[in-house]
Design a protein around this ligand. Structure first.
Ligand code: BG6
Length: 490
């Protein structure tokens, strides 16, 4: 099957932090892929911006390296790459002074009134400076949009400050707060599964669903980002954004349409209905861990503190939570959430565990009857599995087996799964905010996270150690087993 490609309008994208990790690993390769697919019109431009003085040719070399180094691609067509590099330009601009801004303005004015995207691939401490200079130098046009990378703040108060700073220059409908999990193919499939099939909606509630598990496991450690990570930790880095967004998509009411605000209104209601976790409940409902040295991906790996190069840190690299949503649909259904670094494998999935049958008509020979479950696998091997009970084939009586109806997207469709950034960047150009977070969503998520952070701070308990390459501290297993349930592997 060939993916359908609709060319977007001509645009200029200005990438602040153009020599940084995100631009190199994600943004430039994603733009290259879209160019290769024919989605980017011939005169679109990519303007790298950072403080470092650099010629256009030098930046083109950097862009070439980032395209050639990306994962999973072994052939690059020289001609296509040359065409892509032709779009790439560079302007040295200082975010915290007025240096370089008139050059940037001149370069942008060559593009006329086309779509203008300002991508802030920089730390949040620079958002205010950059946005106010974009405003002061008159770079905002009616067709301008700004893309803000996470983390949007470190807590509710700082998130508000960031939102206010960006909002002073850009109206909310041109602010794109990116959560790259929303651009993942299977995450969008979750919406297709729920709202394009009549099958699930009638059973998608507390009468039929026993509980939900969301796991985002990584086998890597801090991957050279220990400095940033130590100021964040797993709760801020993964739960406040990616995992809560997944939870919202599982739990939200059907939106009236796929219109951005219709979807975001429903997600917001879920965030507001999350039962607060406070100092009293945090010890029972949360587990935080930190990895020690161990073995991962086949080799010995250092512990978090060694990676950090510091003998002391209370930053969690693992978190497990038991969340509840206080509304008619979900009251009484626990949502178990867990994420961590240096776990045994990279796997992200959502398990919707249905209630057991009310009564068995089979005799003991049939074996145990397991409850149905729907597993939505985000990565790797994107797909959906529906676990059912069926009869063991052949003669010999009625014996039952638990087996999955298994749909692997790679096998079913045979197309390359685009990186989340490819989809999201094109949505920014199109001005479609459905897969981006609105200000009130981000703030509602922090409002739920803040008391957990505070409870941890006040408890003075260090994170529980776990050996790299294991599924986190044993307390995470106890968290779910206390309820008579277990973490499911698939
Ligand atoms: C980022 C986090 O948002 O997501 C990283 O800051 C994490 O710490 C990454 O590694 C995981 O993304 P993915 O797409 O590899 O699952």
């Amino acid at each position: 099957m060939v993916a359908r490609v609709i060319t977007v309008d001509p645009f200029d994208i200005v990438v602040f932090g153009a020599t940084g990790d995100l631009a190199k690993r994600k943004l430039l390769p994603a733009l290259y892929e879209r160019d290769l697919a024919g989605q980017i019109p011939p005169d679109a431009r990519i303007i790298g911006v950072s403080r470092r003085p650099m010629s256009r040719g030098e930046f083109q070399e950097l862009a070439r390296d980032s395209v050639e180094d990306r994962d999973g691609i072994d052939t690059i067509e020289a001609q296509r790459l040359a065409r892509f590099l032709d779009r790439v330009d560079y302007v040295a601009v200082d975010a915290v002074s007025d240096e370089g801004w008139t050059d940037l303005k001149a370069r942008l004015s060559e593009g006329g009134d086309r779509v203008r995207v300002f991508y802030l691939a920089v730390g949040p401490d620079l958002f205010d400076d950059i946005c106010s200079r974009i405003g002061a130098h008159g770079l905002v046009t009616p067709q301008s949009r700004v893309v803000v990378e996470k983390p949007v703040g470190k807590n509710l108060a700082s998130a508000r400050k960031v939102n206010e700073a960006v909002g002073r220059v850009f109206p909310e409908d041109s602010i794109f707060r990116i959560d790259h999990y929303l651009g993942k193919e299977t995450v969008q499939n979750l919406m297709a599964l729920r709202f394009a099939n009549a099958l699930f909606e009638p059973v998608w509630n507390n009468a039929h669903i026993d509980h939900v598990q969301i796991t985002v496991a990584e086998s890597i450690g801090t991957a050279g980002r220990a400095g940033y990570y130590d100021t964040a930790g797993a709760l801020r880095d993964m739960v406040q954004n990616h995992i809560l967004q997944l939870l919202c998509l599982v739990a939200m009411e059907p939106p009236v349409s796929m219109d951005a605000d219709a979807v975001r209104d429903e997600k917001l209601k879920v965030l507001k209905a999350l039962v607060p976790i406070d100092e009293r409940s945090a010890p029972h409902l949360t587990v935080r861990g930190q990895y020690r040295s161990g073995a991962s991906a086949g080799g010995a790996v250092p512990g978090y503190l060694e990676e950090l190069g510091s003998p002391e840190s209370d930053t969690e690299t693992f978190v497990a939570l038991r969340a509840e949503i206080a509304n008619w649909r979900w009251a009484g259904v626990p949502f178990y959430l867990r994420t961590g670094k240096r776990l045994p494998s990279r796997v992200s999935e959502i398990v919707v565990a249905f209630r057991p049958i009310p009564h068995s008509v089979f005799d003991g020979q049939a074996g145990p009857i397991m409850a149905n479950r729907l597993v939505i696998r985000l990565q790797p091997d994107e797909g959906v599995k529906l676990w059912l009970m069926i009869k063991d084939p052949g003669p010999g009586g009625m014996r039952l087996q638990h087996v999955p109806l298994d749909m692997s997207f790679a096998e079913a469709f045979g197309v390359r799964n685009p990186d989340a950034y490819e989809r999201l960047l094109m949505d920014v150009v199109r001005g479609n905010q459905t897969l981006f977070m609105r200000r009130d969503e981000v703030e509602a998520a922090w409002k739920w996270i803040d008391p957990i952070l505070e409870a941890w701070r006040n408890s003075h308990e260090p994170p529980k150690p776990y050996t790299a390459g294991t599924w986190g501290p044993s307390a995470s297993i106890a968290l779910i087993e206390r309820d008579g349930r277990t973490w499911m592997d698939d």
